[in-house]
Design a protein around this ligand. Structure first.
Ligand SMILES: CCCCCCCCCC(=O)SCCNC(=O)CCNC(=O)[C@H](O)C(C)(C)COP(=O)(O)OP(=O)(O)OC[C@H]1O[C@@H](n2cnc3c(N)ncnc32)[C@H](O)[C@@H]1OP(=O)(O)O
Length: 238
């Protein structure tokens, strides 16, 4: 029970600004104002029947604590502009020289800025025992690549977000170093798919996470991927 609670806090913390974890980059230690208004991972009228059904099935699995529903917001990981700025200076000093700090105030999560039902609709769940993150994803009409099909970049984005979430839950502040994707079948636009990720191993600062994208009935394997994430080291000048 303790383990599952810790995992829940860690998971939510990872997605909501690592609250409660050490924040070596933060200049201010006062309470952070809440500005995460809406949890975008909750059902919306635009969701298809399949999406809603899978959401309900996973929420049911959450009742015994084996799975955890991960909330999702459209703002970036950090709650205060000074936290974002301090984070970048601490972890990404090279990039920080090129970043316009005023524009940072407008920063939002890439996948959460389409109108409901038109872009990325998704919800993620985490199983701590199995070290799995599952994402239920419906790619809307604005994500078209080939006619009638989901754009490969949109699939890659959601794979990165899913394996990235798994890496963040495990190790906190990480970046994608390598993402290797095999597109095996086209994903029909506006269909619901399951993105299954599995944390395979951690070696020092390296996290190896594999992933596949399947149809809801699990009969079609659309995509397979492997990834490498690196835990950021504030002592290193990346
Ligand atoms: C919706 C919610 C969203 C939540 C999740 C979002 C996830 C999104 C995540 C991203 O998309 S991040 C954006 C894309 N990624 C980047 O921009 C990263 C750019 N690359 C870097 O900044 C650096 O290369 C990196 C921080 C990844 C690593 O630099 P370091 O200097 O810290 O690592 P270093 O070079 O010392 O390598 C550490 C180990 O990793 C290995 N390594 C690093 N990059 C590798 C690579 N590409 N392939 C294979 N191995 C690699 C390296 O060989 C070494 O292995 P050993 O320890 O065994 O010697």
């Amino acid at each position: 029970m303790l383990r599952s609670c810790a995992a829940r806090l860690h998971a939510v913390g990872a997605l909501r600004g690592l609250r409660g974890c050490a924040r070596p980059w933060a200049r201010s230690s006062g309470p952070a104002p809440e500005f995460f208004h809406e949890d975008h991972s909750l059902p919306k009228p635009s969701w298809s029947k399949d999406m809603r059904l899978l959401f309900d099935q996973f929420m049911k699995k959450c009742e015994d604590g084996s799975w955890i529903h991960l909330p999702s917001y459209n703002y970036t990981l950090f709650q205060r502009s000074q936290d974002i700025s301090a984070f970048i200076h601490a972890y990404l000093p090279t990039a920080s020289k090129l970043i316009n700090e005023e524009k940072l105030l407008q920063a939002k999560i890439f996948t959460r800025n389409f109108e409901d039902g038109l872009g990325f609709e998704y919800v993620m769940f985490y199983n701590d025992v199995e070290k799995r993150v599952v994402c239920v994803f419906e790619g809307g009409p604005y994500l078209q690549g080939m006619p009638g099909c989901l754009h490969g970049g949109a699939i890659a984005t959601m794979i990165d977000a899913t394996v990235g979430t798994s890496a963040m839950i495990a190790e906190g502040i990480v970046m994608t170093a390598n993402l290797n994707i095999n597109f095996k079948r086209p994903v029909p636009l506006c269909s619901v798919v399951l993105i299954n990720s599995q944390l395979d191993k951690i070696e020092g600062r390296k996290l190896f996470i594999s992933c596949n994208v399947q149809s809801v009935d699990e009969k079609t394997l659309y995509t397979e991927a492997t990834s490498l994430f690196i835990k950021l080291d504030p002592e290193k000048q990346v």
